[in-house]
Each structure stands twice: as structure tokens, then as C-alpha cells.
Design a protein around this ligand. Structure first.
Ligand code: HAS
Length: 578
């Protein structure tokens, strides 16, 4: 089915897809720089006028917050229109886009001017400029406004299609944004009510474990907010792209509803080392974390069955258990979207398994805050999520612009190159992590500097491996931009329209009422959040010691003390002290 977008709908979609892709150039560049700093190839605190933590903050904020949120909103607008047949709510959609763009500009300006090198988690007591918190809050609340428009579209669709099955793409989009809305309320509170006045000097101190707990209430659901648009592509589009059918629509719905229920009440698994939270709360959320792996296991089996079905249709005779895997359209250049999605799935097998290692209360103490962690999360957010986003962005840009990609072979190769780079890069990080390499550390000025007493020669090959992986990833991303720029200069050859390769199911399935309504799942989600989080918040209120004054990320003394020393004429000469 083809649908046309109005001029304004088209402009909005193009804007939301293009803004983060332009910023992505910065995000990708700072990814490569990370590998160079960490391996000791750069042995200084800054390079090209940006310091290490500034670059790392840009890398995290642009790739993990800006790209993902803009894409989820753009793709959500298009999917809601395509699958409900109801026109976009343009007023809310434009207000949302403007809020998100203004928010992004504010945050990016603060990071680029060196006033917000606090990484994407903005942990207190590191202080950022107030505009950084305001920018983040605008970006997030802007995405809520888009969602408010979809609620109206969904209710209209429901009224007109009372007993019909909700389209799977609508279940995916709405579940994702219900979860996103609920999880981001506490982080909005933390940013605007706790951190903003503290960073403006209105309040003197802040409760650090409380802000961290409110962040992780949001932070783990955030990772599924990144993932679910790609899961939508796996369920709704991949089976048809592979030449087959979806094994079960009900299984897909169950997976999305389970994400709604389990994504939030697991955030404490990021705080297993948090002294203010008791063991019982941590153990309970560790168990719930295994619950959130369930929808991914359902996905693994359902999508594998759908792909096997496609392989049969393409002539596989089932010679052995794995023969179907080679019968898929890996290198068909006109179906390039397939290659982006399948590569993401293959990477995610390892991203998921390492997540389960992290979730173990006991094993976590081995890997927490080591390089193992970025090894894990690059195989998730920089695997399925990133490949889904760039693959679908190309697919949509082609259709929205009425142009055709000319460099199809290169377009098809990019995800394979990315996958090779990702496996090399993550292996370096994970092996290094198991040998004790810390994450978020400029090792070029310490552990990887042969003149330093901290030098660790046993980390040379692991950090060297990440450089090799990083260079391959950078090359793949470079090719993506070559394809994108070439598309920009191509001639318009057809009318613009949207069409998606939408699935049919292998079996005729019954409508199961429980899987055809959001209400029961929202109720279960709220109960589970209360059970998991009331004790966690009570813990941090009870066991937190003194609250903390603000610190600048580059200085180990509180800002006020530091200022006092300077006022007293005691210039802090760090070089001499060293
Ligand atoms: Fe995670 C830390 C646990 C999934 C992202 N995670 C992070 C951080 C990020 C992140 C960014 O329990 C670091 C945050 C920070 O800055 O501190 N994670 C999990 C678990 C899962 C998981 C249990 N994470 C993700 C996803 C992410 C993501 C998804 C981004 C999109 N993670 C943790 C924990 C920590 C953590 C702890 C904190 C650690 C610490 O100490 O700080 C699960 O959801 C994973 C389930 C997935 C699976 C895989 C299913 C496989 C599929 C592919 C099938 C393939 C087919 C193809 C069908 C069970 C679906 C076959 C065809 C062929 C041709 C072969």
C-alpha cells in the first residue's frame, strides 16, 4: 500500500530525519577519537580544541539521545499515519519538533562551549550549565508532545474500528511512547527541580544518590525506547523483506506489551554498586531484569521462525538446522534494508547475552564500570538500533524525496562492514574490561602512557583492537555519508510517497482481547513500578549521607571551595602540585 504525505507532513518528516543525521558527523568523529585516546595514540587531555570529556559527552548525547529521540518521533509520525490511515496532528507535531530542535541546540551549545562535560548520564555532583538541563528537558518533553498527538489519532482509529485487531506497528509505537512518557517524568523532575536550581546556585547541595536513582528509573527504559522502533521493523517489515511471512502477530504484541511492563522497574541494575540502596531491592530488580529479557527471547524465536519460513519459500530444503540461514537475501541490492536489519539482529545476539551477564547481581561486580560495559552496549545501541535507524532513514529519505539511491551496492555493503568493525571493536573492549580496563577514562595520559607509573602493557593489544574496530566503523559510517550526499544530489525521478513492506502472518490468528488493549498492561506496569521503586526511593532518602555541593568535571574540589581559594589569593597551580 502506498500513501501520500501532505507538504507539511513531508517537510516535518524530512526535518526530523535530517537534523540528527547532520549532528551524527560529530557523534561519529568523537567515537573514533575515543579509541585513539584510550589506546594512547593520543596522549593528551584534548585534541582539536575539544577535551576528552567534552568529546565523550558529545558522542553520548548526540548518538544516544538526539539521534534516537528524533528518529523515534519521525518514524512514529509516519507509522501512526501509515497504519491508522489518519492524518498527522500537525500542530502538536510542529510544536514538538521545534521544542526538540531548540533543546538540542541549547544542549549542544553548552557542550561545545565546554560548560557541560558531564556525559550523557549527567551524574551529580558534576555540574553543567543550567541551559544544558533545560535543553535536555526540552528535547524530552518535545517528544512527549508528539506522543500526545498520537493518542488523539489512536482514539479516533479505535472509535472507527471497534472490534478490529490493533495494527502491530501501532502497538509498538504506542507502547514505546507510553513507557517513554512514564519513565521520563522522574528525570524531568530531577533535571528541573533538583539539578537546575542547584546548578544556578539557588540551592547549595543536592542528594546525589537520589538524582542517580531518578536517572536510572529513566535510563534503562531509555535503552528500550531506542530499541523498539527497530523491533517494529523486525516484526512488521523484515519477514516480507526476507520473502516470507511473520510467524505470529500475537507473539509480537506480547513482546511489546512485556516491554511496557518490564522496561522501567529494572533501573536499579545500573546501581548494584550504589551504597544507599539495600541488597533486597537490588536482588528484586535483578530478577525483574531477567523478565525484561523475555520479550527479546520471544523476538529471537519468532523472527528466526519467520526467517526460516522465508528461506523455505526461497528454496531451502532444510538439509540441516542452519541451512536456512544462508538462503536469505543478504546481498540483494534492491532490498538493502534487509541487510541493515539482519546485521543488527546478528550483532544483538551478543549484545543481549552480555546484557544477561551484566544483570547477574554477582557477575556485575566483575564488569561494572569496566570497558566490558561499552562492549555490551555498542552491540545493542550501536548494533540493531543504529543500523535500523540509518537503514530506515535511507529508505524513508528515498521515498520522501522521490529520488533513488544510486550507490546501491555500497549501501548494501555498509552494514556488513559495520558488523565486522563492531565485533572487533567490542571484543577489544570486553576482553579489556575483563582484565580491568576502566570505562570513561582517558587512558592515553595514564595507563597507556609508557612513561607513566600506571602503565599497563597488558592492555596494549585490547585497546589496539578497539582502534582497528573503530577505524572500520568510521569507514562504514563514512560510506553511509557518501551514499547520503549522493542521494541529495540525485535527480527526482518519481512522486514522493510512503510504502512499507508490511507482513502477512503464517497462521490465521484469533484476536486475543488481552493482547488487543493497552489498559491491562498499563495497570500491571504501574503496580510493578510501585513495588520496585517505592523501596528504592525510600532507601536513598534514608541512607544518603550529606548532600553534595557542585563540582566542575575537571576539578576534584567543590566549586565553592575552589572559588574561595582563588579569592584568598591561593592560586591552584595544578602543574606544580603534581
Ligand atoms: Fe544493557 C548497561 C542489562 C539490553 C544498552 N545497557 C547498559 C548500558 C547501555 C545499555 C547503554 O543488568 C550502559 C549504561 C551506562 O552508561 O552506564 N541490557 C541488559 C539486559 C538486556 C539489555 C539484561 N542494553 C540492552 C539494550 C540496549 C542496552 C537493548 C540498547 C539498545 N545493561 C544491562 C545491565 C547494565 C546494562 C545490567 C548495567 C551494568 C552496569 O554495571 O553498569 C536485555 O534486554 C537483553 C536481551 C536480549 C537478548 C538477545 C535476543 C536476540 C535477538 C536476536 C536473534 C537473532 C536472529 C537472527 C533471529 C536475550 C532478538 C538469526 C539469523 C541469522 C542469519 C543468524
Amino acid at each position: 500500500m502506498k500513501i501520500n504525505l501532505s507538504k507539511s507532513e513531508k517537510r516535518l518528516s524530512l526535518l526530523l530525519i535530517s537534523v540528527p543525521l547532520v549532528l551524527l558527523t560529530l557523534g561519529i568523529y568523537h567515537g573514533l577519537m575515543q579509541t585513539l585516546y584510550r589506546s594512547g595514540m593520543i596522549s593528551q587531555t584534548s585534541f582539536a580544541a575539544l577535551d576528552y570529556y567534552q568529546g565523550l559527552t558529545l558522542h553520548g548525547v548526540i548518538n544516544a539521545l538526539v539521534l534516537t529521540t528524533f528518529f523515534a518521533v519521525a518514524f512514529g509520525h509516519i507509522c501512526m499515519k501509515y497504519y491508522t490511515g489518519i492524518k498527522m496532528q500537525l500542530t502538536t507535531a510542529w510544536i514538538s519538533a521545534i521544542m526538540m530542535i531548540v533543546g538540542t541546540i541549547l544542549s549542544a551549545a553548552m557542550i561545545l562551549s565546554g560548560q557541560a562535560s558531564v556525559l550523557y548520564t549527567f551524574y551529580a555532583p558534576m555540574k553543567a550549565h543550567p541551559l544544558f538541563y533545560i535543553g535536555n528537558a526540552l528535547l524530552i518533553s518535545g517528544s512527549w508532545v508528539a506522543f500526545f498527538g498520537w493518542i488523539g489519532m489512536y482514539r479516533k482509529w479505535r472509535r472507527e474500528h471497534k472490534d478490529e485487531r490493533i495494527p502491530l506497528a501501532v502497538v509498538a509505537t504506542m507502547s514505546n511512547f507510553i513507557m517513554w512518557f512514564v519513565c521520563s517524568i522522574p528525570v524531568a523532575y530531577s533535571s528541573l527541580v533538583l539539578l537546575l536550581p542547584w546548578s544556578m546556585g539557588i540551592t547549595a547541595t543536592v542528594n546525589v544518590p537520589l538524582t542517580r536513582t531518578l536517572f536510572w528509573f529513566f535510563g534503562h527504559a531509555l535503552v528500550y525506547f531506542w530499541l523498539l522502533p527497530t523491533y517494529l521493523m523486525y516484526y512488521v517489515m523484515l519477514p516480507t523483506l526476507a520473502g516470507g511471512k511473520l510467524y505470529s502477530d500475537n507473539a509480537g504484541k506480547l513482546a511489546f506489551f512485556l516491554f511496557l511492563v518490564f522496561s522501567i522497574p529494572v533501573g536499579v541494575h545500573h546501581q548494584f554498586a550504589e551504597p544507599a540502596i539495600t541488597g533486597g531491592v537490588k536482588y528484586f530488580q535483578s530478577l525483574l531484569t531477567y523478565g525484561v529479557a523475555l520479550p527479546s527471547f520471544i523476538t529471537a524465536f519468532t523472527i528466526a521462525a519467520s526467517l526460516e519460513y522465508a528461506a523455505w519459500k526461497r528454496g531451502d530444503r532444510g538439509k540441516n538446522w542452519f541451512s536456512w540461514m544462508v538462503k536469505l537475501p543478504f546481498f540483494e541490492k534492491d532490498r538493502y534494508l534487509f541487510s541493515y536489519l539482519i546485521c543488527g539482529l546478528i550483532i544483538f545476539i551478543f549484545g543481549g547475552l552480555t546484557g544477561i551477564i551484566n544483570a547477574s547481581y554477582v557477575l556485575n561486580s566483575l564488569v561494572h564500570n569496566t570497558a566490558f560495559l561499552p562492549g555490551h552496549f555498542h552491540m545493542t545501541v550501536a548494533g540493531p538500533v543504529f543500523l535500523g535507524i540509518i537503514g530506515m532513514s535511507l529508505y524513508l529519505l528515498e521515498r520522501l524525496s522521490g529520488k533513488e539511491i544510486r550507490l546501491k551496492r555500497i549501501t548494501n555493503i555498509i552494514p556488513y562492514l559495520w558488523t565486522i568493525g563492531m565485533f572487533i571493536f567490542s571484543t577489544g573492549l570486553m576482553v579489556g574490561g575483563l582484565r580491568g580496563e576502566p570505562r570513561r577514562t582517558n587512558m592515553g595520559i595514564s595507563y597507556m602512557d609508557p612513561d607513566s607509573p600506571l602503565y599497563r602493557p597488558d592492555w596494549v593489544w585490547t585497546t589496539g583492537t578497539t582502534v582497528i574496530g573503530g577505524v572500520i566503523l568510521f569507514a562504514a559510517a563514512g560510506l553511509f555519508f557518501v551514499v547520503l550526499i549522493d542521494l541529495l544530489f540525485a535527480k527526482k525521478t518519481k512522486e514522493s510517497y510512503i510504502s512499507f513492506p508490511t507482513y502477512r502472518t503464517v497462521h490465521q490468528e484469533k484476536v486475543i482481547p488481552f493482547l488487543n488493549s493497552f489498559k491491562p498492561w498499563i495497570a500491571i506496569m504501574l503496580v510493578l513500578i510501585l513495588v520496585a521503586y517505592v523501596p528504592a526511593v525510600m532507601n536513598v532518602m534514608k541512607y544518603t549521607g550529606r548532600e553534595a555541593p557542585p563540582y566542575a568535571p575537571q576539578n576534584p574540589t567543590p566549586l565553592e571551595l575552589h572559588k574561595q581559594d582563588l579569592d584568598d589569593g591561593e592560586t591552584l597551580n595544578l602543574k606544580e602540585d603534581e
